[in-house]
Ligand binder design. Structure first.
Ligand SMILES: Nc1nc2c(ncn2[C@@H]2O[C@H](COP(=O)(O)OP(=O)(O)OP(=O)(O)O)[C@@H](O)[C@H]2O)c(=O)[nH]1
Ligand SMILES: [Mg+2]
Length: 341
């Protein structure tokens, strides 16, 4: 849905070189070999963090280089290994090799680590090369080069809340009021052709990822309108808010407007239909709209329809800003319940 990508080059550190050295002390003319080994070069590691929800920051830099290992020292002192360079990515990041396009890993869990370029091993100091005949080797090995790679990271944002409903129901307007997103809004159907995603603040500390989806029409499950494309997006959302236009100007009867969308969800897949769903009476301004909302609520009460909560509908006006706080609070609770958190 909302695609977020970054292509970066990563270069792991080279191992430190092993040293050729001999023990020297006053009056000792020929000491034994004492060249230290080189340290390991730093690897480049990806690690998922729940505090991130975009690859934007990571993508600002084109390449990331880990540090080289330290060379070996005299008196058998080994060079220090270099620390790994850890790059944080959001949970849900897919990692591809950018050369062949192969998926390397799907980082789906929080705190998951993936070594993406391994640091080179350190070289060996000259004491490793002594043997029966060679007491004073003038040989040491160089550190190995670190791996280098170009990777493409892709994040598929799993919206927690999806806004669905007939074209013109007011979905994009709602998104624009509860998030910083600026979707196109117009009084004709199919204004929205691909999903818009925004992050809504809930209270002081909480957020919700909300997607505004293209309008759904009768026959969508068979591919009419934006059909399949639309439904594919809905599958990823945890909770659905189904907007029904109850304004006096709307030609559709709210009850049939509700049913059209409900039927398409059911035809599309049982899982989709079973998703937690809240009915939201949109553009609820004035007595006539309120009366239509009441009638819708009365008609739904007692109905069984998948994950749809038919016991209560919410009344909002995105234009006036009414009912939005309650809507977000309820969505937050439902998202928590559905994720088992
Ligand atoms: N009076 C009133 N009008 C609204 C409200 N919300 C949206 N509208 C109007 O309804 C029309 C459609 O709004 P959109 O937000 O584009 O509707 P949508 O559901 O995203 O439509 P599609 O993208 O075509 O599916 C626009 O003219 C909006 O200005 C509201 O709360 N009150
Ligand atoms: Mg729209």
């Amino acid at each position: 849905m909302f695609r977020d990508e970054a292509v970066i080059r990563v270069q792991a550190g080279k191992g430190g070189d092993g040293l050729i050295s001999f023990y020297r002390e006053k009056f000792v003319s020929k000491g034994g070999p004492d060249g230290g080994d080189g340290g390991r070069g730093g690897s480049v590691v990806l690690r998922t963090s729940e505090h991130l929800n975009s690859l934007l920051d990571l993508g600002r830099k084109q390449s990331y280089v880990a540090r080289d290992g330290e060379p070996g020292g005299t008196r058998n002192k080994a060079g220090r290994d270099s620390e790994d360079l850890v790059l944080e990515v959001p949970v849900g990041t897919q990692v591809f090799d950018n050369k062949d396009g192969n998926l390397l890993r799907d980082l789906a869990r929080s705190g998951e680590r993936l070594v993406i370029a391994r640091g080179g091993d350190g070289g060996l100091g000259n004491p490793h090369f002594t043997n029966a005949v060679r007491q004073a080797p003038r040989i040491a090995t160089k550190g190995q080069p670190g791996e280098a790679r170009e990777i493409r990271l892709e994040l598929k944002l799993f919206a927690e809340v999806g806004l669905i409903g007939l074209p013109n129901a007011g979905k994009s307007t709602l998104l624009s009021k509860i998030t910083a997103a600026t979707p196109k809004i117009a009084d004709y159907p199919f204004t929205t052709l691909s999903p818009n995603v925004g992050i809504a603040r809930v209270g002081d500390f909480d957020t919700l990822v909300v997607a505004d989806l293209p309008g759904l029409i009768e026959g969508a499950s068979e591919g009419r309108g934006l059909g399949h494309q639309f439904l594919k997006h809905v599958e990823r959302c945890r909770v659905l808010l189904q907007l029904v236009d109850v304004s006096a100007e709307c030609v559709d009867d709210p009850i049939s407007a509700w049913r059209v969308v409900d039927v398409e969800l059911a035809k599309s897949s049982p899982e989709l239909h079973a998703k937690p769903r809240v009915i939201v009476a949109s553009k609820c301004e004035g007595d006539e709209a309120l009366a239509r909302a009441d009638a819708l609520e009365a008609a739904l009460r007692g109905l069984e329809s998948g994950g749809c909560d038919t016991s209560k509908i919410l009344r909002i006006s995105a234009a006036r800003g009414s009912g939005l706080r309650e809507l977000l609070a309820l969505a937050r609770v439902l998202v928590r319940q559905s994720s088992g958190a």
